[in-house]
Design a protein around this ligand. Structure first.
Ligand code: FMN
Length: 162
């Protein structure tokens, strides 16, 4: 089974999670930043995983456009959807996940979850640092990958889907 992870990221957290998923998938898998790299034809891929991160309640517009433009083809594949998002409440994260992708694709996906977050103040541009300091109340960098969820997410593509 051939797999591809297509992601968008601002500071690298979503890319790191893509790498972790890639490492766990037994099948042939590549990962592509859809903003900085060329996206290949989706035709040869059985499993397609889309990942993005949330800023002020929204996923990157490039991922939304990609999902909408390729919806028909995506609906013919095994789909996984993930977010990196740092809202402290599970309810908020679920809402963000639900709103991040087209409804049809969300319902079609065999795996969907929030898989971690990183607040890396050293990397943040001024405005992001300012906003995050206000929200978080400090400037302590924090990274959390949800290992169990990443394992569960990945399992959907390795069990009974080949
Ligand atoms: C300015 C700013 C705004 C953010 N807004 C949200 C938000 O509305 N909801 C949320 O869950 N996380 C929010 N986050 C957290 C990011 O989603 C989180 O840091 C994520 O890991 C970033 O991933 P990336 O490095 O791949 O872009 C925000 C982070 C920053 C810096």
């Amino acid at each position: 089974m051939k797999s591809i992870i297509l992601y968008t990221t601002r500071y690298g957290c979503t890319a790191e999670v893509a790498k972790q998923i890639q490492g766990k998938l037994a099948s042939d898998c590549k990962s592509i930043n859809i903003v900085t790299e060329r996206v290949p034809s989706l035709d040869p891929f059985d499993n397609i995983i889309l990942g993005g991160s949330i800023y002020i309640g929204k996923i990157q517009k490039e991922l939304t456009s990609f999902a909408i433009s390729n919806l028909k083809e995506l609906l013919s594949k095994n789909i996984g959807l993930y977010l990196c998002a740092g809202a402290p409440q599970e309810e908020e994260l679920n809402k963000e996940l639900l709103g991040a992708f087209p409804k049809e694709l969300f319902e079609h996906a065999i795996a969907k979850d929030v898989l971690g977050y990183a607040f890396t103040f050293e990397k943040m541009r001024f405005l992001d640092r300012f906003i995050m300091k206000k929200i978080k109340g400090d400037v302590v960098s924090t990274t959390k990958y949800f290992d169990e969820r990443i394992a569960r997410f990945t399992q959907n593509f390795t069990v009974s889907k080949s």
